[in-house]
Design a protein around this ligand. Structure first.
Ligand SMILES: [Zn+2]
Length: 247
């Protein structure tokens, strides 16, 4: 039996039997891993808090059976603030589902992990709104994974985009190349460029008016649809809550 130390965040939890759990973590050391957490649902379990969704902890794991198991855990951050606001909680659940579905076991996920931690931390502290956080996260996540086209140039003629732009089939189009594709404002084009070029520490810290958010949102819809032919279970719940909030 071997033991190892990893630092990771819980992106999925599945109850098993009466008191156990299977948890999936993003870790810096081993990428995405799945662990068995025996007794983690018992109220007196020493690692109850460390095995909950969004919990960021130092784990000691041992491998003896099918899944490696949690041997001990020390909680670093539970991002408790997310549990006080329904929209932020469901946004966090949606971002976690993106990570779980689109990151493969055994691949380096340290940048995506940092992106998730930054998004959860900002929402938990009330520094970022959930809807804009989801947009920025999705686009940056696709960029990190090589799935986002260059949004600074026209996809057809390659000209650098100045002013407004149109949503093309694989990115953005300048007004010379566009026919009747949906137009987005120059503010939205600038915001997209900011998301594209900023580092993870500062990518979430910008404010956008309604028109800009609409533009980014339309680009996100088009890119996400093309790149991920998957339906995310948590996305419809999150979207419904955002719509209710804005009514
Ligand atoms: Zn063009």
């Amino acid at each position: 039996m071997s033991t190892e130390k990893v630092r990771g965040i819980v992106i999925r939890e599945i109850p098993v039997g009466e008191s156990d759990k299977i948890i999936t973590l993003l870790t810096k050391e081993k990428g995405k891993i799945t662990l068995s957490a025996r007794g983690a649902r018992k109220p007196k379990s020493k690692y109850l808090a460390s095995c909950e969704l969004f919990a960021y902890s130092d784990f000691v794991i041992y491998t003896a059976r099918k899944y490696p198991s949690v041997s001990s855990a020390v909680l670093i951050n539970s991002f408790y603030g997310l549990r006080k606001r329904l929209d932020c909680f469901y946004c966090g659940a949606y971002l976690s589902e993106i990570c779980n579905r689109l990151i493969f076991e055994g691949t380096d996920c340290s940048e995506c992990m940092l992106l998730l931690l930054t998004a959860l931390n900002r929402m938990s502290k009330g520094l970022s709104e959930s809807f804009i956080t989801s947009l920025v996260f999705e686009l940056k996540f696709l960029l990190i994974n090589g799935m986002l086209p260059d949004l600074g140039v026209c996809e057809s003629c390659g000209k650098s985009l100045e002013g407004s732009a149109h949503i093309g089939s694989d990115g953005l189009l300048c007004s010379d190349c566009a026919k009747d594709e949906k137009e987005i404002s120059s503010g939205a084009v600038k915001a997209l460029r900011y998301i594209y070029n900023s580092d993870i520490a500062s990518v979430f810290s910008f404010k956008a008016d309604k028109k800009v958010v609409e533009g980014i949102s339309a680009v996100r819809d088009s890119v996400m649809q093309r790149q991920t032919d998957r339906e995310f279970k948590t996305y419809s719940m999150f979207k419904d809550i955002c719509l209710e909030k804005n009514e």
